[in-house]
Design a binder for this molecule. Structure first.
Ligand code: ADP
Length: 485
């Protein structure tokens, strides 16, 4: 069992109080590195969520609203608390998610960056006067908090994902009901411990429920006192949330699945492209929605690029994220492991060539959830790994001949979250990037989102943006006041 000063009460949090489940029920949180229990946390449902919504509603202040100065203080206090406790939150995150401890600490810094960004740009939410006087009136625009916001987060960035949502919600003055993924609730509880102990938030401003995703999600969708729901997770669940919140005409912010192409042209710096692919593809063990999922390499350089890639992949160390010098931890659970194994097996059965890694028949999740980084060449569009997001350390390589083919293949997905283009030709880059229907396109970089810039999906990858000025505006509703006389 985990022992931490940030997990003194591994419970939910409603109206400023730590709270067990009404029926006393709990569920186990496992360490994927050894499949042993780390903690038992409350299995909550409809009743607790209803109380959390009521507490949040009481915390909403419209007249007068929470001042910008007070909101800025919440944001900077959370930022400082996260940075002060970076190592311990990183340790909890590593233990329940599996990603290397150093990488986990990087995620805590990334999370703190969202609170920092919102604090520094809060004046964007100040009321403004129009310079013009249309219709003989003075016009003012106020940015009102939309109201209680439900925030549902996935397991792959246990602190990063909530930071994106909560920073913008608090900046707007919106009280929140938060539901973390059942695989990784401990990092969230640690963040709540910090908010409880170090941040002067009104009771009900932040509430934490965990447990039965179905009933909790259903209530958050159907409840008239929750006008906004922000969700990051699978497209399948996201579509269900759209259906269920229809009657409330709820504002939705959805960051859903991806299927990122990584396109390398023959005029690219191949070493830089290979380094960036390693950094991008194996972050979080390949379990992020911005990880490259389909690697397109121009035919003339395919072999040279594969050599560079395989050399780097073979140097990666897989193991328990708490050990020193580990690059890749375990996958989150058995289902995740089986999905990667299925994709690799399918690619090999359909004619792909294994360049690095092990044959799937030689792997057994009963011996641990550590999946060896794998490279397969000769991948074709019929293979499962090009149609679906693998979410694991598997690099499928596909060759292409010309620019049009690369753009068409890159866009041949219902998703549109992240893409990457490597080329030394600026004009080609401009053409290719404009043709790719993805919300984030890295040019000669495999970097993902940052607090300072908007991030979100096109097509089935979602609605809305997180980060940047656009993300800061997600939780406010403009109220326009023409003044006559
Ligand atoms: P992933 O594949 O990343 O686990 P999910 O969409 O299954 O993605 O989960 C993302 C988040 O959505 C988690 O917090 C999960 O508990 C929650 N979730 C799962 N099913 C539902 C549902 N029916 N309603 C609301 N939230 C759900």
């Amino acid at each position: 069992m985990i022992d931490s000063t940030l997990l003194k009460r591994p419970e939910g949090y409603i109206d400023g109080q730590w709270t067990a489940a009404d029926d006393g029920g709990t569920f186990e949180v496992l360490n994927p590195a050894n499949c042993k229990a780390l903690a038992e946390v409350p299995a909550m449902g409809d009743g607790e969520t209803r109380r959390a919504i009521a507490a949040a509603k009481r915390a909403l202040r419209l007249a007068p609203p929470y001042s910008l100065a007070r909101r800025r203080e919440w944001l900077t206090d959370i930022r400082d608390a996260l940075l002060d406790e970076k190592e311990e939150i990183g340790r909890i995150l590593c233990l329940e998610h599996g990603k290397p401890w150093k990488e986990a600490q990087g995620e805590v810094e990334y999370a703190a960056g969202f609170f920092d960004y919102c604090a520094r740009h809060l004046d964007l939410l100040a009321s403004r006067k129009l310079e013009e006087r249309p219709k003989g009136c003075d016009w003012e625009v106020h940015f009102r908090p939309i109201g209680v916001a439900a925030l549902i987060t996935p397991w792959n960035f246990p602190i990063g994902m909530i930071a994106k949502k909560l920073s913008a919600a608090l900046a707007a003055g919106c009280p929140t009901v938060i539901k973390p993924a059942s695989e990784t609730p401990l990092t969230m509880i640690a963040a709540f411990t910090l908010m409880h102990e170090r941040v002067d938030l009104p009771p009900g401003m932040v509430n934490l429920v965990m447990g039965r995703a179905g009933p909790i999600g259903d209530l958050l969708c159907a409840h008239p006192d929750v006008p906004m729901l922000s969700f990051t997770g699978s497209t399948e669940v996201g579509k269900g949330l759209i259906d269920k919140s229809r009657d409330q005409v709820k504002k939705l912010a959805l960051e859903l699945g991806g299927n990122a192409p990584f396109i390398v042209f023959d005029d690219a710096d191949l070493d830089a492209a290979a380094d960036n692919l390693i950094g991008n593809k194996f972050r979080g063990g390949g379990q992020t929605c911005v990880c490259a999922n389909r690697i397109y390499v121009q035919a003339g350089i395919a072999e040279a690029f594969a050599d560079k890639l395989v050399e780097r992949v073979k140097a990666l160390r897989v193991g328990d994220g708490m050990d020193d010098d580990i690059d890749i931890g375990p996958l989150i659970n058995r289902a995740g492991f089986e999905k990667v194994r299925r994709h690799v097996a399918d690619a090999l059965a359909k004619g792909g060539t294994l360049l690095a890694g092990k044959h799937p028949d030689d792997l057994d999740p009963d011996r641990g959830l550590f999946y060896p980084p794998t490279v397969v060449a000769g991948v074709t569009p019929e293979m499962e790994c090009t149609r679906e997001e693998t979410f694991g350390p598997f690099v499928p390589m596909i060759t292409f001949d010309d620019e049009d083919e690369a753009v068409t293949a890159g866009n041949d997905t219902e998703f549109g979250l992240a893409a990457y283009v490597f080329t030394g030709d600026d004009e080609r880059a401009a053409r290719v990037i404009a043709g790719l229907r993805f919300g984030h396109v890295g040019w000669n970089t495999g970097t993902g989102p940052t607090p300072e810039a908007p991030f979100g999906g096109m097509k089935l990858s979602g609605i809305g943006r997180e980060g940047g000025e656009e993300g800061l505006m997600e939780y406010v509703e403009p109220q326009t006041v023409p003044r006559g006389g």
